[in-house]
Design a protein around this ligand. Structure first.
Ligand code: COA
Length: 381
Protein backbone atom coordinates (compact mmCIF):
# COMPACT_ATOMS: atom_id res chain seq x y z
CA UNK A 1 0.00 0.00 0.00
CA UNK A 2 1.37 3.44 -0.88
CA UNK A 3 1.73 5.79 2.04
CA UNK A 4 -1.03 8.44 2.01
CA UNK A 5 -0.86 11.70 3.93
CA UNK A 6 -3.85 12.07 6.22
CA UNK A 7 -5.10 15.57 6.97
CA UNK A 8 -7.16 14.79 10.05
CA UNK A 9 -10.02 17.28 10.36
CA UNK A 10 -8.82 18.74 7.02
CA UNK A 11 -6.62 20.97 9.19
CA UNK A 12 -4.44 23.20 7.05
CA UNK A 13 -6.00 21.98 3.79
CA UNK A 14 -7.13 24.57 1.23
CA UNK A 15 -9.99 22.99 -0.72
CA UNK A 16 -11.21 25.79 -2.98
CA UNK A 17 -11.23 29.54 -3.57
CA UNK A 18 -13.89 31.93 -2.29
CA UNK A 19 -14.64 35.60 -2.88
CA UNK A 20 -17.17 35.79 -0.04
CA UNK A 21 -14.84 36.45 2.89
CA UNK A 22 -11.21 36.39 3.91
CA UNK A 23 -10.02 35.25 7.33
CA UNK A 24 -6.48 36.31 8.09
CA UNK A 25 -5.30 34.77 11.36
CA UNK A 26 -1.94 36.56 11.21
CA UNK A 27 -3.50 40.00 11.32
CA UNK A 28 -6.63 38.88 13.22
CA UNK A 29 -8.74 40.29 10.44
CA UNK A 30 -11.92 39.25 8.72
CA UNK A 31 -13.13 40.81 5.49
CA UNK A 32 -16.58 40.36 3.93
CA UNK A 33 -16.18 40.96 0.19
CA UNK A 34 -13.17 43.14 1.05
CA UNK A 35 -14.72 45.18 3.87
CA UNK A 36 -13.43 44.77 7.46
CA UNK A 37 -16.21 43.20 9.53
CA UNK A 38 -15.77 45.65 12.40
CA UNK A 39 -16.35 48.58 10.01
CA UNK A 40 -19.47 46.92 8.62
CA UNK A 41 -20.70 46.36 12.18
CA UNK A 42 -20.10 50.03 13.03
CA UNK A 43 -21.64 51.53 9.89
CA UNK A 44 -24.16 49.12 8.36
CA UNK A 45 -27.41 47.35 9.01
CA UNK A 46 -27.62 43.57 8.85
CA UNK A 47 -29.78 44.01 5.74
CA UNK A 48 -26.96 45.89 3.97
CA UNK A 49 -24.44 43.20 4.95
CA UNK A 50 -26.73 40.41 3.73
CA UNK A 51 -27.04 42.19 0.39
CA UNK A 52 -23.25 42.60 0.25
CA UNK A 53 -22.55 38.93 0.94
CA UNK A 54 -24.94 37.79 -1.79
CA UNK A 55 -24.24 40.40 -4.44
CA UNK A 56 -20.59 41.27 -3.85
CA UNK A 57 -21.26 45.01 -3.41
CA UNK A 58 -23.03 47.14 -0.82
CA UNK A 59 -26.47 48.22 -2.09
CA UNK A 60 -27.18 51.75 -3.25
CA UNK A 61 -30.30 53.42 -1.80
CA UNK A 62 -32.66 52.01 -4.42
CA UNK A 63 -31.26 48.48 -4.20
CA UNK A 64 -31.45 48.55 -0.42
CA UNK A 65 -35.04 49.77 -0.45
CA UNK A 66 -36.04 47.01 -2.88
CA UNK A 67 -34.42 44.39 -0.62
CA UNK A 68 -36.00 45.89 2.52
CA UNK A 69 -39.44 45.83 0.85
CA UNK A 70 -38.95 42.17 -0.10
CA UNK A 71 -37.64 41.21 3.36
CA UNK A 72 -40.47 42.95 5.25
CA UNK A 73 -43.14 41.38 3.07
CA UNK A 74 -41.80 37.80 3.47
CA UNK A 75 -41.58 37.61 7.27
CA UNK A 76 -44.70 35.60 8.05
CA UNK A 77 -44.61 31.87 8.65
CA UNK A 78 -46.67 29.70 6.34
CA UNK A 79 -49.39 27.83 8.27
CA UNK A 80 -47.78 24.46 7.60
CA UNK A 81 -44.44 25.65 9.03
CA UNK A 82 -46.21 26.72 12.19
CA UNK A 83 -48.08 23.39 12.25
CA UNK A 84 -44.80 21.46 11.83
CA UNK A 85 -43.29 23.38 14.75
CA UNK A 86 -46.39 22.67 16.84
CA UNK A 87 -45.91 18.93 16.22
CA UNK A 88 -42.52 19.06 17.94
CA UNK A 89 -42.34 18.87 21.70
CA UNK A 90 -41.42 21.97 23.67
CA UNK A 91 -38.66 19.96 25.32
CA UNK A 92 -36.80 19.12 22.10
CA UNK A 93 -33.77 21.21 21.23
CA UNK A 94 -34.58 24.45 19.35
CA UNK A 95 -31.94 23.49 16.78
CA UNK A 96 -34.12 20.48 15.90
CA UNK A 97 -37.06 22.85 15.46
CA UNK A 98 -34.96 25.16 13.28
CA UNK A 99 -33.71 22.28 11.12
CA UNK A 100 -37.24 20.92 10.65
CA UNK A 101 -38.69 24.36 9.90
CA UNK A 102 -36.12 25.06 7.18
CA UNK A 103 -36.94 21.71 5.58
CA UNK A 104 -40.64 22.59 5.46
CA UNK A 105 -39.94 26.14 4.25
CA UNK A 106 -37.89 24.59 1.42
CA UNK A 107 -40.58 22.11 0.49
CA UNK A 108 -43.09 24.98 0.29
CA UNK A 109 -41.06 27.11 -2.07
CA UNK A 110 -42.29 27.11 -5.67
CA UNK A 111 -38.67 27.33 -6.87
CA UNK A 112 -37.49 24.55 -4.51
CA UNK A 113 -35.69 22.52 -7.19
CA UNK A 114 -34.44 25.49 -9.21
CA UNK A 115 -30.78 26.29 -8.53
CA UNK A 116 -30.42 29.12 -11.05
CA UNK A 117 -28.70 32.22 -9.59
CA UNK A 118 -32.02 34.14 -9.63
CA UNK A 119 -33.96 31.36 -7.89
CA UNK A 120 -31.25 30.78 -5.30
CA UNK A 121 -31.04 34.48 -4.47
CA UNK A 122 -34.79 34.71 -4.09
CA UNK A 123 -34.88 31.61 -1.86
CA UNK A 124 -32.01 32.96 0.24
CA UNK A 125 -33.78 36.31 0.74
CA UNK A 126 -37.08 34.64 1.60
CA UNK A 127 -35.42 32.32 4.10
CA UNK A 128 -33.58 35.19 5.78
CA UNK A 129 -36.90 37.06 6.00
CA UNK A 130 -39.01 34.35 7.63
CA UNK A 131 -36.47 32.51 9.79
CA UNK A 132 -36.66 35.00 12.72
CA UNK A 133 -40.33 34.07 13.09
CA UNK A 134 -39.26 30.44 13.65
CA UNK A 135 -36.92 31.39 16.49
CA UNK A 136 -39.31 33.91 18.03
CA UNK A 137 -42.27 31.54 17.89
CA UNK A 138 -40.26 28.63 19.27
CA UNK A 139 -39.08 30.63 22.28
CA UNK A 140 -42.62 31.91 22.93
CA UNK A 141 -44.39 28.55 22.65
CA UNK A 142 -41.98 27.08 25.23
CA UNK A 143 -43.29 29.73 27.65
CA UNK A 144 -46.92 29.02 26.72
CA UNK A 145 -47.15 32.30 24.78
CA UNK A 146 -48.85 32.93 21.44
CA UNK A 147 -47.07 33.80 18.23
CA UNK A 148 -46.56 37.53 17.60
CA UNK A 149 -46.97 38.62 14.01
CA UNK A 150 -44.14 40.61 12.39
CA UNK A 151 -44.30 44.39 12.01
CA UNK A 152 -43.38 45.86 8.64
CA UNK A 153 -42.51 49.25 10.17
CA UNK A 154 -39.52 47.77 12.06
CA UNK A 155 -36.13 46.82 10.63
CA UNK A 156 -34.88 43.22 10.71
CA UNK A 157 -33.31 43.37 14.19
CA UNK A 158 -36.04 45.45 15.84
CA UNK A 159 -38.72 43.18 14.39
CA UNK A 160 -36.86 40.03 15.53
CA UNK A 161 -36.84 41.34 19.11
CA UNK A 162 -40.47 42.49 18.79
CA UNK A 163 -41.67 39.06 17.64
CA UNK A 164 -39.75 37.33 20.46
CA UNK A 165 -40.62 39.58 23.39
CA UNK A 166 -43.78 41.39 22.31
CA UNK A 167 -42.41 44.82 23.10
CA UNK A 168 -40.28 47.31 21.22
CA UNK A 169 -36.64 46.95 22.25
CA UNK A 170 -34.54 49.95 23.30
CA UNK A 171 -32.35 51.34 20.48
CA UNK A 172 -29.16 50.17 22.26
CA UNK A 173 -30.49 46.61 22.36
CA UNK A 174 -31.48 46.71 18.69
CA UNK A 175 -28.01 47.99 17.85
CA UNK A 176 -26.23 45.25 19.85
CA UNK A 177 -28.41 42.63 18.19
CA UNK A 178 -27.68 44.08 14.74
CA UNK A 179 -23.93 43.95 15.49
CA UNK A 180 -24.18 40.30 16.58
CA UNK A 181 -26.02 39.38 13.37
CA UNK A 182 -23.32 41.03 11.26
CA UNK A 183 -20.48 39.32 13.15
CA UNK A 184 -22.13 35.91 12.88
CA UNK A 185 -23.02 36.31 9.20
CA UNK A 186 -19.99 34.75 7.54
CA UNK A 187 -16.69 33.04 8.27
CA UNK A 188 -15.29 31.29 5.18
CA UNK A 189 -14.98 27.47 5.11
CA UNK A 190 -16.08 26.68 8.68
CA UNK A 191 -17.69 23.28 9.32
CA UNK A 192 -21.30 24.26 8.59
CA UNK A 193 -20.48 26.31 5.48
CA UNK A 194 -18.35 23.47 4.18
CA UNK A 195 -21.22 21.07 4.88
CA UNK A 196 -23.50 23.33 2.85
CA UNK A 197 -20.98 23.40 0.01
CA UNK A 198 -20.58 19.60 0.06
CA UNK A 199 -24.36 19.16 -0.22
CA UNK A 200 -24.56 21.80 -2.96
CA UNK A 201 -21.75 20.08 -4.85
CA UNK A 202 -24.06 17.09 -5.43
CA UNK A 203 -26.45 19.54 -7.17
CA UNK A 204 -28.95 19.25 -4.32
CA UNK A 205 -31.12 22.32 -3.69
CA UNK A 206 -30.43 25.34 -1.45
CA UNK A 207 -32.75 24.35 1.41
CA UNK A 208 -31.19 20.86 1.60
CA UNK A 209 -27.79 22.49 1.91
CA UNK A 210 -28.96 24.91 4.62
CA UNK A 211 -30.70 22.10 6.51
CA UNK A 212 -27.46 20.09 6.50
CA UNK A 213 -25.48 23.15 7.55
CA UNK A 214 -27.80 23.56 10.54
CA UNK A 215 -26.95 20.00 11.59
CA UNK A 216 -23.24 20.83 11.49
CA UNK A 217 -23.77 24.09 13.37
CA UNK A 218 -25.53 22.35 16.24
CA UNK A 219 -22.39 20.79 17.67
CA UNK A 220 -20.67 22.46 20.63
CA UNK A 221 -17.34 22.52 18.78
CA UNK A 222 -19.00 24.89 16.31
CA UNK A 223 -22.15 27.01 16.75
CA UNK A 224 -23.36 25.19 19.83
CA UNK A 225 -20.55 26.89 21.73
CA UNK A 226 -22.54 30.09 22.35
CA UNK A 227 -25.16 28.04 24.20
CA UNK A 228 -22.43 26.07 26.01
CA UNK A 229 -20.82 29.32 27.20
CA UNK A 230 -24.04 30.26 28.93
CA UNK A 231 -24.29 26.83 30.54
CA UNK A 232 -20.83 27.50 31.99
CA UNK A 233 -22.03 30.83 33.41
CA UNK A 234 -25.12 29.06 34.79
CA UNK A 235 -22.99 26.30 36.34
CA UNK A 236 -20.79 28.89 38.05
CA UNK A 237 -24.00 30.64 39.15
CA UNK A 238 -25.35 34.02 38.04
CA UNK A 239 -26.00 36.11 41.16
CA UNK A 240 -27.55 39.45 40.28
CA UNK A 241 -26.69 41.02 43.65
CA UNK A 242 -23.00 40.14 43.43
CA UNK A 243 -20.24 42.70 42.77
CA UNK A 244 -18.06 42.52 39.68
CA UNK A 245 -15.05 41.54 41.82
CA UNK A 246 -16.86 38.76 43.71
CA UNK A 247 -18.19 37.27 40.47
CA UNK A 248 -14.75 37.47 38.85
CA UNK A 249 -13.12 35.67 41.77
CA UNK A 250 -15.66 32.83 41.64
CA UNK A 251 -15.43 32.38 37.88
CA UNK A 252 -11.62 32.50 37.93
CA UNK A 253 -11.57 29.75 40.55
CA UNK A 254 -14.06 27.72 38.46
CA UNK A 255 -11.85 27.98 35.38
CA UNK A 256 -8.68 27.03 37.28
CA UNK A 257 -10.45 23.95 38.56
CA UNK A 258 -11.84 23.08 35.09
CA UNK A 259 -8.41 23.38 33.49
CA UNK A 260 -6.82 21.32 36.27
CA UNK A 261 -9.31 18.62 35.32
CA UNK A 262 -8.25 19.05 31.65
CA UNK A 263 -11.74 20.16 30.62
CA UNK A 264 -12.36 21.93 27.31
CA UNK A 265 -14.13 25.15 28.09
CA UNK A 266 -16.48 26.28 25.36
CA UNK A 267 -16.11 29.78 23.94
CA UNK A 268 -12.30 29.63 23.93
CA UNK A 269 -9.90 28.64 21.17
CA UNK A 270 -10.28 28.55 17.41
CA UNK A 271 -9.09 26.31 14.61
CA UNK A 272 -7.90 29.26 12.53
CA UNK A 273 -7.27 32.17 14.90
CA UNK A 274 -4.55 31.32 17.37
CA UNK A 275 -3.96 34.87 18.63
CA UNK A 276 -7.53 35.97 19.16
CA UNK A 277 -10.73 36.02 17.14
CA UNK A 278 -11.08 39.15 14.99
CA UNK A 279 -14.76 39.48 15.89
CA UNK A 280 -14.37 39.43 19.68
CA UNK A 281 -13.50 43.11 20.35
CA UNK A 282 -16.62 44.31 18.48
CA UNK A 283 -18.88 41.74 20.14
CA UNK A 284 -17.37 42.53 23.53
CA UNK A 285 -18.30 46.18 22.88
CA UNK A 286 -21.89 45.08 22.30
CA UNK A 287 -21.80 43.00 25.51
CA UNK A 288 -20.43 45.97 27.48
CA UNK A 289 -23.30 48.09 26.16
CA UNK A 290 -25.82 45.48 27.31
CA UNK A 291 -24.17 45.14 30.74
CA UNK A 292 -24.52 48.92 31.13
CA UNK A 293 -28.07 48.99 29.71
CA UNK A 294 -29.35 46.24 32.01
CA UNK A 295 -27.04 47.29 34.92
CA UNK A 296 -25.53 43.82 35.36
CA UNK A 297 -21.87 44.30 36.40
CA UNK A 298 -21.68 40.79 37.85
CA UNK A 299 -21.94 39.40 34.29
CA UNK A 300 -18.79 41.31 33.40
CA UNK A 301 -17.16 39.84 36.51
CA UNK A 302 -17.98 36.29 35.40
CA UNK A 303 -16.72 37.10 31.91
CA UNK A 304 -13.45 38.64 33.12
CA UNK A 305 -12.65 35.90 35.62
CA UNK A 306 -12.90 33.09 33.08
CA UNK A 307 -10.96 35.01 30.44
CA UNK A 308 -8.15 35.93 32.84
CA UNK A 309 -7.75 32.41 34.19
CA UNK A 310 -7.69 30.90 30.68
CA UNK A 311 -5.12 33.47 29.54
CA UNK A 312 -2.90 32.85 32.58
CA UNK A 313 -3.04 29.07 32.32
CA UNK A 314 -3.08 28.39 28.57
CA UNK A 315 -2.91 31.69 26.68
CA UNK A 316 -6.04 30.60 24.76
CA UNK A 317 -8.23 33.52 23.69
CA UNK A 318 -12.03 33.77 23.59
CA UNK A 319 -13.88 33.26 20.32
CA UNK A 320 -17.02 35.09 19.13
CA UNK A 321 -19.33 32.76 21.05
CA UNK A 322 -17.86 33.88 24.36
CA UNK A 323 -19.17 37.48 24.39
CA UNK A 324 -22.23 36.55 22.27
CA UNK A 325 -23.64 34.09 24.83
CA UNK A 326 -24.03 36.52 27.73
CA UNK A 327 -25.20 39.27 25.35
CA UNK A 328 -28.14 37.17 24.17
CA UNK A 329 -28.84 36.13 27.77
CA UNK A 330 -29.11 39.76 28.89
CA UNK A 331 -31.48 40.50 26.00
CA UNK A 332 -33.79 37.80 27.34
CA UNK A 333 -33.25 34.92 24.91
CA UNK A 334 -33.42 31.43 26.40
CA UNK A 335 -30.01 29.77 26.41
CA UNK A 336 -31.04 27.01 23.97
CA UNK A 337 -32.10 29.72 21.48
CA UNK A 338 -28.57 31.09 21.04
CA UNK A 339 -27.50 28.74 18.25
CA UNK A 340 -30.73 29.33 16.28
CA UNK A 341 -29.83 33.04 16.47
CA UNK A 342 -26.50 32.11 14.90
CA UNK A 343 -28.46 30.38 12.09
CA UNK A 344 -30.51 33.52 11.47
CA UNK A 345 -27.29 35.42 10.80
CA UNK A 346 -25.36 32.66 9.01
CA UNK A 347 -28.14 31.98 6.49
CA UNK A 348 -26.52 34.87 4.61
CA UNK A 349 -23.00 33.41 4.52
CA UNK A 350 -24.19 29.86 3.86
CA UNK A 351 -26.36 30.87 0.93
CA UNK A 352 -23.64 33.14 -0.51
CA UNK A 353 -21.33 30.10 -0.48
CA UNK A 354 -24.04 27.87 -1.94
CA UNK A 355 -24.42 30.29 -4.86
CA UNK A 356 -20.65 30.45 -5.29
CA UNK A 357 -20.42 26.65 -5.30
CA UNK A 358 -23.18 26.32 -7.91
CA UNK A 359 -21.47 28.88 -10.14
CA UNK A 360 -18.26 26.84 -10.37
CA UNK A 361 -19.12 23.38 -9.16
CA UNK A 362 -17.02 20.27 -8.64
CA UNK A 363 -18.39 17.35 -6.66
CA UNK A 364 -16.64 17.33 -3.28
CA UNK A 365 -15.52 13.76 -2.74
CA UNK A 366 -12.26 13.22 -0.84
CA UNK A 367 -10.39 9.94 -0.50
CA UNK A 368 -9.82 7.86 2.58
CA UNK A 369 -7.03 5.49 3.59
CA UNK A 370 -8.49 2.09 4.49
CA UNK A 371 -7.22 0.67 7.78
CA UNK A 372 -9.70 -2.19 8.34
CA UNK A 373 -9.05 -5.94 8.03
CA UNK A 374 -7.33 -7.33 4.92
CA UNK A 375 -9.57 -9.00 2.36
CA UNK A 376 -10.95 -12.25 3.83
CA UNK A 377 -13.43 -14.96 3.03
CA UNK A 378 -17.03 -14.93 4.22
CA UNK A 379 -17.42 -18.09 6.39
CA UNK A 380 -19.63 -20.76 4.83
CA UNK A 381 -23.09 -21.06 6.31
N1 COA B 1 -10.47 24.83 26.56
C1 COA B 1 -9.40 24.21 27.05
N2 COA B 1 -8.35 23.83 26.30
C2 COA B 1 -8.41 24.11 24.98
C3 COA B 1 -9.49 24.76 24.41
C4 COA B 1 -10.57 25.12 25.24
N3 COA B 1 -11.63 25.74 24.75
N4 COA B 1 -9.29 24.91 23.08
C5 COA B 1 -8.10 24.35 22.83
N5 COA B 1 -7.58 23.87 23.97
C6 COA B 1 -6.31 23.19 24.12
C7 COA B 1 -6.47 21.71 23.79
O1 COA B 1 -6.83 20.97 24.94
C8 COA B 1 -5.13 21.37 23.25
O2 COA B 1 -4.25 21.26 24.35
P1 COA B 1 -3.12 20.10 24.37
O3 COA B 1 -2.25 20.43 23.19
O4 COA B 1 -2.50 20.27 25.69
O5 COA B 1 -3.87 18.81 24.17
C9 COA B 1 -4.72 22.62 22.47
O6 COA B 1 -5.41 23.69 23.12
C10 COA B 1 -5.09 22.56 21.00
O7 COA B 1 -6.50 22.30 20.90
P2 COA B 1 -7.21 21.62 19.68
O8 COA B 1 -8.58 21.17 20.09
O9 COA B 1 -6.32 20.57 19.09
O10 COA B 1 -7.29 22.80 18.67
P3 COA B 1 -8.18 22.81 17.39
O11 COA B 1 -7.61 23.86 16.54
O12 COA B 1 -8.40 21.48 16.82
O13 COA B 1 -9.60 23.22 18.03
C11 COA B 1 -11.51 24.23 18.70
C12 COA B 1 -10.24 24.37 17.87
C13 COA B 1 -12.41 25.43 18.42
C14 COA B 1 -12.28 22.96 18.29
C15 COA B 1 -11.13 24.15 20.19
O14 COA B 1 -10.42 25.31 20.55
C16 COA B 1 -12.35 23.97 21.07
O15 COA B 1 -12.82 22.85 21.24
N6 COA B 1 -12.89 25.10 21.64
C17 COA B 1 -14.09 25.04 22.41
C18 COA B 1 -15.32 25.02 21.51
C19 COA B 1 -15.66 26.36 20.92
O16 COA B 1 -15.64 27.36 21.60
N7 COA B 1 -15.99 26.34 19.64
C20 COA B 1 -16.37 27.53 18.91
C21 COA B 1 -15.35 27.84 17.86
S1 COA B 1 -15.72 29.38 17.08
Amino acid sequence: MTEQTIYKGLAGVTVDTTAVSKVNPDTNSLLYRGYPVQDLAAKCSFEQVAYLLWNGELPDEKELQAFIDFERSHRKLHDNVKAAIDLLSTTCHPMDVARTAVSVIGANHPLAQDSSPEANLEKAMALLACFPAVVAYDQRRRHGQDIIEPREDLDYSANFLWMTFGEEAAPEVVEAFNVSMILYAEHSFNASTFTGRVITSTLADLHSAVTGAIGALKGPLHGGANEAVMHTFEEIGIRKDESLEEAAARSKAWMEDALAQKKKVMGFGHRVYKNGDSRVPTMKGALDAMIKHYDRPEMLGLYNGLETAMEEAKQIKPNLDYPAGPTYHLMGFDTEMFTPLFIAARITGWTAHIMEQVADNALIRPLSAYNGPEQREVPSA
